[in-house]
Design a protein around this ligand. Sequence first.
Ligand code: C2O
Ligand code: CU
Ligand code: CU
Length: 502
Amino acid sequence: MKRRDLIKLLATGAVMPAASQAMSGMGPMMMGGPGGMMGARMHRTALTPVSGQPLPIPPLYEGDMKAGVRHYRLTIGEAELPLFADAITESWAVQVPGTALPFLGPTLVLNRGEQVALSWRNHLDTATTMHGHGMHVPGEADGGPHQLILPGMDWTARYRVEQPACANWYHPHRMGMTAEHVYRGLAGLLLIRDGSEEALNLPRTYGVDDIPLVVQDRVFDAAGQIHYRPTMHDVRRGWFGDVLLTNGAVSPVFTARAGLLRLRLLNGSNSEIWRFTLDDGSVMQVIAGDNGLIDRPMPVRSVMLSPGERAEVVLDLNGRAGQRLRLRVEGLIAGLRKDALRIEVGKRPAPVSQLPSSLTAPDPVPAPLAELPRRHFTLGGMMNLTINGASMDMDVINERVPQGRWEVWQVRNEGMGMMRMMGMHHNFHVHGGSFRLLARNGKAHFAPHERGLKDTVHLAPGDEATLLVRFRHAAPDSSPFMYHCHFLEHEDAGMMGQFTVA
Ligand code: C2O
Ligand code: CU
Ligand code: CU
């Protein structure tokens, strides 16, 4: 196998019988390794963070039902993160009034079919926005760069929840400031529940056998404060830190039940691509990707997620009472290797001990695909970071998409010709709906978590993805949807465009 092909195989995260052994023997040199294969700079923290604390589980927030509408009241403000022995780290967090989270925000529970009103009050002294990543909602409720929340003001997203059960997430989306606002701690999960997912015997007792894991790298200055100051070089290559946070804690410990454990993984990093593995080499069953369950559980030894992507995996801890295992991550670009979670298996039995053999019936793909209208998107740029040669301009609508029409979107990471090994990784995220990945480089070459509905797809240098899209919700000129690279430094530098749906 050629080195280039091997890298591509690794990048898809797929475990194929013949490849799995080659993958487990793969050292950091192939993966980028410490110091990075692409000129990535990992910034270093001088202080030693406290590690090994119990895993913080973001509290569930189910809102309050009033006159047929479920209301959620949230604030965006400053917080304090106790991460170092002799320093308090100033952070930002989303709070439910009456709670005091140190970082990130509560897990919002949304029920399919319900009308909701999510109210956000901005207590920061700077404007921000709050976007529902992966949500199928009208443009006005999207929380993108056009729905600014000024300091002291409120903004409310009203919509009906109309998509399958999944773990989406919320985060700010202010033009040019997304990376920093997320970096300071603004993010949380949006858990959508529905009847068909609930009819399956899956682990879903939140905090017991169903836990969210938001994985993010960070760097802190000598005073223990969050440090975010990318140079032009960092904007292109990404901003990488040496401290790995899982739900805001370093190498936290979770005591699991003996049975099945469902992990909802979110790559919440700005620019690192994480490969998740178990330290004992055991298999994980992938059950879901970005926007819902896949067709059936698929065994893997690793899961690779680019920024913004999610995957749900189930670990089989039956008969493992008293044992310990570690969920490890390795950064594909800057090469950080850490324990994302230490799991200690207790004696109590878990609610669920066996996975169903099938999960969902995949939606039928409209045929013939060759006749669907096509759009092309090329991510690249020499001096600037662009899509189809243009940098994001809030006053320009780049695409106009008819509502409800199936289309094929070809998205290409232009790489760098012969020197494609030196190219940059990107991904492509769309607002307002989901897509189905039909092919990567013309082949049905993708990882198990990419089998279901998605909103973000990874593009290694030179890769081209073929996406089947359809947008059911309207977005007018005044509140268009975005498509962009979710490497947040790239997004902020202009690798983004806007589209209307009408
Ligand atoms: Cu996760 Cu446009 O965003
Ligand atoms: Cu989004
Ligand atoms: Cu990018």
